[in-house]
Structure formats: structure tokens, C-alpha cells
Write a protein that binds this ligand. Structure first.
Ligand code: CA
Length: 224
């Protein structure tokens, strides 16, 4: 796996390089934003580790530009503890994850595995059901040109339903996949989230895409 690290603090960059190389990753390092941007837009990488504060082009500007170009390479942002706004902006711009410095190299490696696995599984990264599109990489949800804002859990729930339209997901399956509960919490948690999702996804006058199968569970309406 080939990773690009864009980080101007040479000590951190070098620790990352050593840690990743020890795990068999192939690593390129850039210490300057402009140099990093050129690298990521001209060479294929499996993931990018991107610092925010950089000389030249900063991390968020690199990320924005990548996503505008529809380059879906997974990006993990490195942020300082004080950079809360930048972190949120980065996630909104389509960063796949972030780590707050200082961090353990093991954690970076674990997250790299997650984001690259996710990207590989999402080679078809946009799920569509009728006029609804769920982008698994940017987490953007659009129905008939209308952008839909979802919370993280709502998004998880929607993507599980949208993965296989027509297939019913039972309540315990939803609990397990969306909340990682391997037990039924015995509350109406799932119902509450389904209601919220419906309000957002099925607008006035639109076909109802989220169906209740009584006594069984829920599904997305199969494509006509
Ligand atoms: Ca920096």
C-alpha cells in the first residue's frame, strides 16, 4: 500500500515514515503544501496523511481541491488539539478521518487500514435508490437535487438500507450494524431513527423510499 504523508514538521514526518515502513507500507513524504498537492494529484496513492498547517498550500485547501476534482483518495487529517474548527471543516470537506497530535503510530496504522479497506469496498462509492444518491466517500446525500443533512447515525442507518434495496433489515440487524449492539436494547431506538430519517429523506409529494415491513423490519423500496 502506497501512502503519501504531507507534514512539514520533519520529526513527525520521519516518525510516521518509519512506523509505516516497518508495517510494509510504501511511503512518500512531502514537507511543503504545494509539493504535496502536486504529488497527490499526479501519482496514485492508497491514502494520504495530511497535516493542516503547512507552508504553501494548507491541508484544507489541498483536501477541498482534491474533492472538487472528484479524487476520492482516502485522507486522514493530522490536527492540533486547538484546531477544532479546522477538524470539522475537514470532515465536511470529505476527510475520511482525523488524528489529533500527538498520537500513537499504531493508531494511525489502524485507521489507515480502515479507510483503505472502506475505499476498496466502496469502489462503487455511490449508492442509488430511485432518485436518492448516497455517496459513501463524501457522505453526501442528495435526493432529486435536494441536499439532505444527516447526523452520523442517520447516515449509517441510511447507507445500510440503501446497500440492498428491497432487502429487509430486522431491528436486531440494524442495532448491530448501526449501533454495534449485539443485543436488542429493548427500546424504540430504531423506530425513532427511522422516523427521523423518513422526515428528511421522504419529502412532501415524493415517493416514500423507506418502507416498514410490519413485524419484520425496514427496507428501501426496491427499484421499480
Ligand atoms: Ca504543520
Amino acid at each position: 500500500m502506497k501512502i503519501l504523508v504531507i507534514e512539514d514538521e520533519k520529526k513527525i514526518a520521519s516518525l510516521i515514515r518509519k512506523g509505516l515502513e516497518a508495517q510494509g507500507f510504501v511511503v512518500d513524504v512531502c514537507h511543503h503544501g504545494d509539493e504535496g498537492f502536486t504529488a497527490v494529484t499526479t501519482r496514485p496513492y492508497d491514502a494520504v496523511v495530511l497535516d493542516i498547517m503547512l507552508p504553501g498550500r494548507d491541508g484544507l485547501s489541498i483536501l477541498r481541491n482534491l474533492r472538487e476534482r472528484r479524487l476520492a483518495v482516502p485522507v486522514i487529517l493530522l490536527t492540533a488539539r486547538s484546531e477544532l474548527n479546522e477538524r470539522l471543516e475537514g470532515l465536511n470537506l470529505g476527510a475520511d478521518d482525523y488524528l489529533t497530535k500527538p498520537f500513537f503510530i499504531e493508531e494511525l496504522i489502524a485507521r489507515l487500514h480502515v479507510v483503505t479497506r472502506r475505499a476498496a469496498g466502496a469502489s462503487h462509492s455511490i449508492l442509488t435508490v430511485a432518485d436518492l444518491a448516497v455517496n459513501l466517500l463524501t457522505r453526501e446525500v442528495v435526493r432529486a437535487g435536494r441536499h439532505i443533512e444527516l447526523t452520523a447515525r442517520e447516515f449509517e442507518l441510511l447507507q445500510h438500507l440503501a446497500r440492498s434495496p428491497g432487502r429487509v433489515l430486522t431491528r436486531p440487524q440494524i442495532c448491530e450494524r448501526v449501533w454495534n449492539y449485539d443485543f436488542d436494547p429493548g427500546t424504540n431506538l430504531v423506530e425513532v431513527y427511522i422516523q427521523r430519517l423518513r422526515k428528511k429523506v421522504d419529502g412532501e409529494g415524493e415517493t416514500k423510499l423507506i418502507e416498514t415491513i410490519r413485524g419484520v423490519g425496514y427496507r428501501m423500496k426496491p427499484d421499480a
